[in-house]
Design a protein. Structure first.
Lengths: 252, 354
């Protein structure tokens, strides 16, 4: 029988701990496939965050380091600068990690045009700790720590990371994608692969924001969560390329 | 040894680090240690190394963690408030079993404190100073020469035992100039099979991690780490004894205050007082054995420190409170004078404290 699909060899055989319907599994696969297709497995070093994807180091066959909460871009800076010719370095971070506690590390790694790849999973909630309000939680969204819905009058507004970083001169490539349907998964794959290719080419800081679901903590079935993402997340976090300095240069 | 040059203590640390093969420095400006960063900014590009001014102390220590995980020698430096910010990262470095050097050129505290010299981070340095069960090697130089020498020692010990090492200096040592002979021998090489260098598709992936969700596993790693600490305690204690052969009063002091105390001891000896000094060079591991032995010979101890009395607790533990331990201290950036120390020695010799 013809083989039509195989798990990327950049993924280990460890069973993923993610909840049913969680999109981390798809995103892990896309990252692994990009690394495999680019032939950089042997020189890639991943940086795991604190949060649901903290154990990413068990799931990829590449070398891996686990960073303190929010500090992945700083740790990645160290790993990259240790051997910039060889090391391909990516961080894999959630919204609480990247856009709350790690805001400074994110902005300044971008400002330095640090030649790393950042995979940013935005599911509008703190998953690992059981569903608290995140920096990207939508206005009115109910979480454990916004039980009456996010009240922007008292806790402020969500942080739009791609929009924010598009004003940072150092950021080279910023794209927001989603993995809610096969067409978007394909687009996400392309963006992730480009973010790694940029690093290989020495083009500097690339960040891919993946709008994702958290059925467990949103209190929805996986199917309903995808619908909720389409109806609520995507209007607030529009998909697309927010910055691509090399495409802009070419266009000139 | 190489040529003799006149240098500031901070610069001696920086130059010695480069000579020890440290090609990566990450820091953030803070008085009174900024000369280290300034020196690195000037020198690193010339020797093919990396100097990077981070956005914060927190970022700097995490950059250190990143390089350390790749097996390369790396350091950061700061002063007291900045070291507090680094403490989370230091715990991760210890928990991930990677070597790194952290320099603390202390200033007065707490809070923003002051910018004058202090030794008030002793507890923070030797008692862990961050969350979790861990220790770091802490070296206390007392001269510009030792700033250079102990920097090389710190890198070797960090590599040998896969632990963070700290140089605990102070603003005086950082700023003062003395002649120093810089090491010119090749740095020691250590085998680092754990380093993240990329698998080259030829080995199983290396993971640098401090997370163990199973308590049995976390306990095991802590037990293993403390077995290594035991080896450090047995093999790596450094101290200096000064006029201890017939001493009845034993001064205990580290860093710059040991220099002050030495002057007082010379004066006291001139008055016929039998006083000597044990100067811990490693604050952890603490020279417990030599102090315990001294407790059988001496009638009293005097801790001279620039804080409200921190090392004095370790002296009492080491000597098992067999003899009284007195304190001569200034704090907040004030340095005790030799006269103050002498007065205390005379007082103790005459039969008591105050």
């Amino acid at each position: 029988m013809a083989v039509v699909f195989e798990k990327s060899k950049v993924l280990t055989d460890a069973p993923l701990h993610y909840c049913p319907g969680c999109t981390h599994g798809i995103i892990h696969r896309l990252v692994a496939e990009a690394i495999e297709e680019l032939g950089i497995e042997g020189r890639t070093i991943g940086v795991a965050p604190v949060g649901c994807s903290v154990m990413a180091y068990d799931y990829f066959t590449t070398d891996f380091i686990q960073a303190p909460h929010g500090r992945a871009p700083a740790v990645a800076t160290g790993v990259k600068r240790a051997d910039p010719e060889n090391n391909i370095v990516f961080t894999y971070q959630g919204d609480g990690d990247l856009a709350a506690i790690g805001t400074a590390e994110t902005v300044h790694a971008a400002a330095r045009r640090e030649n790393i790849t950042v995979i940013f999973v935005n599911n509008a909630i703190y998953g690992m700790t059981g569903g608290q309000m995140a920096p990207t939680t939508l206005p009115g969204q109910v979480t454990q720590t916004s039980p009456y819905g996010r009240d922007v009058e008292t806790v402020g507004y969500p942080v739009k990371v791609c929009e924010l970083l598009s004003n940072v001169d150092g950021a080279a490539y910023l794209e927001r994608v989603a993995v809610n349907n096969p067409a978007n998964v394909k687009k996400a794959k392309k963006a992730i692969k480009k973010a790694f290719q940029n690093q290989i080419d020495g083009k500097g800081f690339s960040l891919i924001e993946v709008v994702s679901t958290c059925p467990t903590n949103w209190g929805m079935t996986p199917e309903k969560a995808l619908k909720w993402l389409e109806d609520n997340m995507l209007p607030y976090y529009p998909l697309g390329v927010y910055k691509d300095i090399y495409a802009e240069e070419e266009a000139k | 040894m190489g040529e003799k040059v006149l240098m500031k203590g901070n610069e001696a640390i920086a130059e010695s680090a480069i000579r020890a093969g440290c090609m990566h420095y990450f820091g953030y400006p803070i008085t009174p240690q900024t000369e280290i960063a300034a020196y690195m900014a000037k020198r690193m590009p010339k020797v093919g190394g990396v100097f990077l001014q981070a956005e914060s102390e927190i970022a700097a220590i995490n950059m250190v963690l990143g390089v350390a995980a790749t097996g390369k020698r790396v350091m950061t430096s700061s002063s007291s408030p900045g070291v507090s910010l680094k403490s989370e990262g230091i715990s991760y470095i210890a928990g991930s079993d990677v070597p790194a050097l952290i320099v603390n050129v202390q200033r007065g505290g707490p809070g923003l404190g002051g910018i004058q010299p202090s030794q008030s981070d002793y507890f923070q340095a030797v008692k862990g100073g961050s969350h979790g069960d861990f220790k770091k090697v802490v070296l206390a130089p007392a001269s510009v020469q030792e700033m250079a020498d102990l920097t090389a020692t710190a890198f070797d010990l960090a590599d040998k035992y896969r632990v963070p090492a700290m140089i605990l200096a102070d603003g005086t040592l950082g700023q003062m100039m003395e002649p120093v002979e810089l090491p010119d021998s090749a740095p020691k090489a250590f085998d680092k099979p754990w380093a993240l260098t990329g698998t080259k598709c030829q080995r199983k992936h290396n993971i640098c991690n401090s997370l163990y969700l199973k308590p049995e596993e976390l306990e095991k790693t802590n037990f293993e780490r403390f077995a290594r600490y035991k080896e450090i305690e047995e093999n790596e204690v450094l101290f200096e004894e000064y006029l201890m052969d017939d001493a009845e009063i034993c001064v205990v002091s580290f860093g710059i205050t040991a220099r002050v105390a030495k002057n007082a001891i010379v004066e006291a000896r001139a008055k016929g007082i039998k006083v000597g000094m044990i100067r811990p060079i490693t604050l952890w591991p603490f020279p417990e054995k030599v102090l315990r032995a001294a407790a059988d010979k001496c009638k009293a101890f005097l801790s001279v420190e620039m804080n409200m009395g921190q090392m004095i607790e370790d002296i009492k533990l080491a000597t098992e409170c067999k003899k009284p331990v007195y304190l001569c201290n200034r704090t907040g950036g004030m340095i005790p004078s030799p006269e103050e120390v002498l007065a205390k020695i005379v007082e103790i010799n005459e039969g008591g404290d105050r």
